[in-house]
Design a protein around this ligand. Sequence first.
Ligand code: BEZ
Length: 170
Amino acid sequence: MSLWVFGYGSIIWRPNIPYIAAYRATAVGWSRRFWQGSHDHRGTPEAPGRVLTLVPMNGERCEGRVFEIPESEISSTLALLDHREKNGYERQQLRVETAELGIVDALTYIAPEHNEAWLGDASAQMIADHIRVSSGPSGSNTDYVLSLHDALEADDIQDAHIAQIAALLR
Ligand code: BEZ
């Protein structure tokens, strides 16, 4: 039995996991938002950056990618993802839609509201201004946003929140 992992953020443009298949996938009723603080990747504990989490939103859809991890790689992949997503994220099972396979039960990582690094909503201008001045061990917060925006555009995926923040940063 393989494991499916749904990616909506950096995993789309930098998977770094041993997948054997990947498909475009949609999480219905969810939207990605830069509402999570990053102490360990795109910011520091003193000056956290802003990174994505999935937020439940009626009527919204989040288009990302689902990755198939072979059984032999599941435990090492989960260890890697648990470490990569340790700053407030929790494992969550989601049902996502794919054109190729229909509904897929996939694991993802979501930072729930009120976790210790939660920043929450702000205006697009405030989010962009915050991201512009943030950086951490994984690089600049701006690169994180623009890399995702480029990857979504290459896949012809429209996301108004990402496009708005990317436009302000460019
Ligand atoms: C993401 O970037 O979307 C992601 C990263 C690790 C696990 C699941 C999703």
